[in-house]
Design a protein around this ligand. Structure first.
Ligand code: NAD
Length: 264
């Protein structure tokens, strides 16, 4: 399995495909992470609020895959944007994961109302300077939020992790990311399963001889977008990773690009 590596503005590489872990908890969490790594996943996305950092760390150790071969992301939760709290939350995440660094640390949500977005970003810069987060970024940031942290610090987030899937393509924000050199990460890349029933997705998948999930993930990776679908089912873990043996042609890419956003 060859997963493309995308370049971050930190100079580090990030595997274009990973495993999402939202709602991956309880006794299945650690074995699922271990199984994913044994299958060839090299990128795990978690967050303090998911309550599964301990299990992600256990899964990593159970897998036998070397720490330095896996890209681990975690996120700062909303009530910890103040500097001291953010530093403490980061220490707690590292301790829960059982790691001495993460590959990527994100501000989970901007929470503009708390007035602490820039303070949180400055603290992430401090953490990156300490070497304990190899790259830093944000999640769920609007164009205005991005401008606020960049204008205040001059430091551009390596990624912005946003909801992105065939029925919500985030075209404007992606164009801005491209201008800024921010890598787009898609959360909910399968539309939580719903987009796999879309008529265009199914038609392109049929033509490609692939499943709807493989088609959507291949489309995202060909667009230069990082995706980490979540599943606890072994057969789906394998399915979602098997996207390197086909390529969508320009016409199929265009069909998927043209899917209108769902009415929200
Ligand atoms: P997703 O789009 O990955 O959908 C997951 C669901 O899709 C699964 O529960 C399953 O029902 C279905 N599925 C998975 N593989 C399938 C397959 N091969 N065939 C058919 N159905 C399949 O949604 P998600 O889990 O919400 O998003 C992925 C990850 O993004 C999360 O696990 C988490 O790591 C991250 N995330 C981040 C934020 C954020 O605010 N930054 C928010 C939500 C999720």
């Amino acid at each position: 399995m060859t997963i493309p590596i995308f370049q971050l503005n930190s100079g580090r590489g990030i595997p274009a495909l990973g495993l999402g872990t939202y709602k991956l908890d309880g006794p299945v969490a650690a074995p699922t992470v271990a199984e994913a790594l044994r299958l060839g996943y090299r990128h795990i996305d978690t967050a303090a609020i998911y309550g599964n950092e301990v299990q992600v760390g256990q899964g990593l150790r159970q897998s036998g895959v070397a720490r330095e071969d896996v890209f681990i992301t975690t996120k700062l939760w909303n009530d910890h944007h103040q500097r001291d709290r953010a530093l403490r939350a980061f220490d707690q995440s590292l301790a829960a994961l059982g790691l001495d660094y993460v590959d990527l640390y994100l501000i989970h949500w901007p929470v503009p109302a708390d007035g602490l977005m820039v303070e949180a970003w400055r603290t992430l810069i401090e953490i990156a300077d300490s070497g304990r987060a190899k790259s830093i970024g944000v999640s769920n940031f609007s164009a205005e939020d991005l401008a606020a942290v960049i204008d205040a610090t001059g430091v551009v987030p390596a990624v912005n992790q946003i909801e992105l899937h065939p029925l919500r393509q985030q075209r404007d924000l992606r164009a801005l990311h491209a201008e800024l050199g921010v890598v787009t990460q898609a959360w909910g890349p399968l539309g939580r399963g719903a987009d796999l029933r879309d008529g265009v997705v199914r038609a392109v998948a049929r033509d490609a001889g692939k499943t709807p999930a493989q088609t959507v993930l291949r489309w995202l990776v060909q667009l230069g977008i990082v995706a980490f679908p979540k599943t606890a089912r072994p057969e789906r873990l394998a399915e979602n990773l098997a996207i390197d043996d086909f390529e969508l042609g320009p016409r199929d890419m265009e069909r998927l690009n043209a899917i209108p956003d769902a009415v929200r």
